[in-house]
Design a protein around this ligand. Structure first.
Ligand SMILES: [Zn+2]
Length: 419
């Protein structure tokens, strides 16, 4: 790993060699953060170098990623699923409706298994190969699981996946299709996580659990690297993102900080941390200016972010505070409304958790917590086809009628569809 210095514990500060199988602090069991040699990256990589690269995947930023030189030499970066390179749309119609002059939508639902989690899983499978493992396991609310199963299948690795039994069918269908061994746990995400951790301990699989494995956040940060490059190296004023486990928002912050430290951007954005009101332990801690987790129940239809005991709690809380970010909690109704509005105005179809960031942005604007002339990026983290039941809830039912033109004309008149 050319530019990786070490893995440092975020609790006790102990520095470790960043071995591929190392996931938590050997001293205290705390979470680890990967440290880079920023001057060396800056000396070896320029904006022009990046502009000249044909590779449109997340690996175009390989200098910022913890991948062994042997993996690069073996061609591992170009042989898996094509992860990253998702579009950043100028959202003029939605921005206009919200009174925001400069709004962009980063549609990360367009990744190979249809969520941002592919960025973490693509790196996870490479770290598993580097660690000599042939089997990877994780627990997930759904998307981390489907992305791990897909990215592992593409490389011939076996997967054991633990999901809460409430996981939407679209996500479970993906898992089964990718050949994963799926364990559907009758319990909360916390129960699911605990069982997976015990099983990983017993059978010695590679652990992709997002919060425990520090490399997952490194993969996720590539969404920030892409946003900055797509904005021609102008960091936005705000980035709105949904928050569950905390790994994604912490990853977004790390990505922007990496770019700042290496001189690719000259300012940092503020984070808009959006959680479902029915499950918002990270925002609660930020609002209370506390670093103590108070677990919550998981009462929201946005299944991907229904995490009552977020494992990346500390990294997320610190990221939001460091960025001088703001917290917004939204109701399930506000999430469904944002889902429909985003689809209608921009043609972007996100799942409930995927558009929760947008729902929070809409609320923050209505409450005048964000200036109308700010440049804002809203990240859509997962595709709406993963959760059809809630999509129908958000968008409503089609007009049902027999094949009769006069009936159709009558309905058009009633509904005002032609005016
Ligand atoms: Zn430690």
């Amino acid at each position: 790993m050319k530019f990786v210095k070490s893995a440092i514990c975020i609790q006790c500060g102990e520095e470790h060699h960043a071995l591929p199988g190392l996931t938590t602090c050997r001293q205290c069991g705390g979470l680890l953060d990967i440290l880079y040699d920023y001057p060396a990256i800056a000396a070896n990589l320029s904006k022009q170098d990046l502009a000249a690269r044909q590779d449109n995947t997340m690996w175009r930023f390989r200098e910022f990623l913890p991948v062994a030189e042997e993996s690069v030499a073996a061609g591992l970066l170009s042989s898996g699923l094509k992860v990253g390179g998702s579009p950043l749309y100028p959202a003029k119609a939605l921005g206009g409706q919200l009174g925001l002059s400069s709004l962009f939508i980063k549609d990360d639902g367009l990744n190979p298994t249809a969520s941002l989690k592919d960025r973490a899983s693509a790196l996870a499978v490479i770290k598993a190969i580097e660690a000599g493992a042939d089997t990877i396991a994780c627990s997930s609310t759904g998307n981390a699981a489907s992305s791990l199963a897909g990215n592992a299948a593409a490389r011939g690795l076996k997967t054991f996946i633990f999901v809460p039994s409430r996981a939407p069918k679209g996500k479970v269908a993906q898992l089964m299709m990718f050949g994963a061994k799926v364990i559907s746990v009758e319990g909360s995400y916390e129960d699911t996580f605990r069982l997976s951790a015990e099983a990983i301990d017993r059978w010695g699989w590679y652990n992709r659990n997002a919060a425990i494995n520090p490399y997952m956040l490194e993969g996720k940060k590539t969404v920030a690297l892409e946003i900055a490059e797509q904005l021609n190296w102008q960091a936005p004023d705000y980035v709105a993102i949904s928050v569950g486990d905390g790994c994604t928002i912490a990853g977004v912050w790390k990505g922007f900080k990496d770019l700042y430290e290496t001189g690719f951007i000259d300012k940092l954005p503020r984070l808009i941390s959006v959680q479902a009101a029915g499950c918002c332990p990270i925002n609660n801690a930020v609002d209370a200016d506390s670093e103590t987790l108070v677990p919550m129940e998981e009462n929201t239809l946005a299944d991907s972010i229904a995490v009552g005991v977020p494992r990346n709690f500390l990294k997320a809380v610190r990221a939001i505070k460091e960025s001088k970010g703001i917290t917004v909690n939204v109701s399930d109704q506000e999430i469904l409304e944002a889902m429909a509005l985003l689809g209608k105005t921009q043609g972007v179809f996100g799942e409930p958790a995927g558009v929760t960031g947008t729902a929070g942005l809409i609320k923050a604007l209505a409450e005048k917590r964000i200036p109308a002339d700010a440049t804002v990026v809203s990240v859509v983290t997962g595709n709406g086809l993963k959760d059809i039941a809630n999509a129908i809830n958000a968008a409503g039912q089609p007009l049902l009628l027999p094949p009769d033109l006069e009936r159709l004309a009558g309905e058009f008149k009633n509904l005002g569809w032609l005016s």
